[in-house]
Design a protein around this ligand. Structure first.
Ligand code: NAD
Ligand code: TYD
Length: 354
């Protein structure tokens, strides 16, 4: 039995692949384009592991996808591949449309053809799990209830709009063709292997480098944080026990304003690796111009996945953020390599392109 995972060299995908291969016998075919966010070094510990087959390629490459599906005959596909950074989507939405919408469409078409060719027994067991985000629901007011699966779609950034479009395509392929799909909407993840352009890893890395810690606007925007390994366990639960055609919100009931997150990171660094001058890392906080169209608050109501699938996160924010800060302190080589672009050079050497 085999899984096809897309985007498995990114932050969440690589955590998922590592956890899966540590716990299960099943092989993974890992298709990743290795954009700036994809890093094969995240998977270095799998070198020589026969159950991990890495394929450098694009979900939009229909010939490649068709060949991979025919050769490996996966029992499920998990789609992590995406452009994922809101700020980048504001600066240049094109890549988000290309991968998140057109790429997902290409993937769906190839999966539909493959699934249609399966024998009845395999066909009914096959699953496509599409990994989406809470950001498709838009922004909540301070007093609003957390997002349930019934919340209307109201995406506000090019990133969330492109993810919303991909969700609609996935839904339509179930409704129209009967493709057995599952969709998850997770809140903000944090943890090991997170590219330091997103809030938490950026703050950890900048703090140690003596650089400013840029807080957008008043820093009172609220996100709902989940440790990445808990997101991975939720995906496993949905894959194994989720009801076809259903959507599941995934979250840790951990709403926090950004400034509180930055303070937590600074305080942990003060404890674990204090500045030589004894001054708190909080001194490095700087308030910068807000993100255009910045969503004020996200919050996930995770009752459905808890009730129907018996899933619960293992980490609290306090345990998860401590593990995360410690991981970055323990892996300066990973950070240096990501920042120096050395892994991009490796891609160019290995695959003949940047
Ligand atoms: P990431 O940006 O770290 O990784 C994305 C991966 O996809 C990279 O390895 C990249 O090389 C690959 N990729 C990009 N375009 C591709 C293409 N056309 N073909 C094949 N591979 C391609 O993202 P992440 O944070 O790991 O997010 C993974 C998924 O989870 C995304 O779909 C994202 O929308 C969703 N999600 C993320 C979060 C979060 O907090 N990070 C929360 C909820 C949902
Ligand atoms: P981010 O990690 O980019 O995730 P998302 O925008 O998908 O929620 O940002 C999390 C929050 O942190 C968001 O409200 C924007 C804010 N933020 C900053 O204040 N400063 C920063 O340097 C970054 C990257 C984000």
């Amino acid at each position: 039995m085999t899984l096809l995972v897309t985007g498995g060299a990114g932050f969440i995908g690589s955590n998922f692949v590592l956890d899966w291969l540590a716990a299960a016998d099943e092989a993974i075919v890992n298709l990743d384009k290795l954009t700036y966010a994809g890093n094969v070094h995240n998977l270095a510990s799998l070198q020589g592991n026969q159950r991990h087959i890495f394929v450098h390629g694009d979900i939009g490459d229909t010939a490649l996808l068709g060949a991979l599906l025919a050769k490996h005959r996966p029992r499920a596909v998990i789609n992590f591949a995406a452009e994922s950074h809101v700020d980048r989507s504001i600066l240049g939405p094109g890549a988000f449309i290309e991968t998140n919408i057109v790429g997902t469409f290409a993937l769906l078409e190839q999966i539909r053809a493959y699934w249609g060719s399966l024998a009845q027994g395999e066909k009914s067991k096959f699953r496509l799990l599409h990994v989406s985000t809470d950001e498709v629901y838009g922004s909540l007011g301070a007093q609003d209830s957390a997002f349930t699966e019934e919340h209307r779609y109201e995406p506000n950034s090019p990133y969330s709009a492109s993810k919303a479009a991909s969700d609609h395509l996935v839904r339509a392929y179930h409704h129209t063709y009967g493709l057995p799909v599952l969709t998850t909407h997770c809140s903000n993840n944090y943890g090991p292997l997170h590219f330091p352009e997103k809030l938490i890893p950026l703050m950890i890395v900048n703090a140690q480098a003596g650089k400013p810690l840029p807080v957008y606007g008043d820093g009172q925007q609220i996100r709902d944080w989940l440790y990445v390994k808990d997101h991975c366990s939720a995906i496993r639960a949905v894959l194994e026990r989720g009801q076809v055609g259903e959507t599941y919100n995934v979250g840790g009931w951990n709403e926090k304003p950004n400034l509180e997150i930055v303070h937590s990171v600074c305080d942990l660094l003060d404890e674990l690796k204090p500045r030589a001058d004894g001054v708190s890392y909080r001194q490095q906080i700087t308030y910068v111009t807000d993100r255009p169209g910045h969503d004020r608050r996200y919050a996930i109501d995770a009752s459905k996945i808890e009730r129907d699938l018996g899933w619960k996160p293992v980490e609290t924010f306090e345990t998860g953020i401590r593990k995360t800060v410690q991981w970055y302190l323990d892996h300066p080589d990973w950070v240096a390599q990501v920042q120096s672009g050395a892994y991009r050079e490796w891609v160019a050497t290995q695959y003949g392109q940047a």
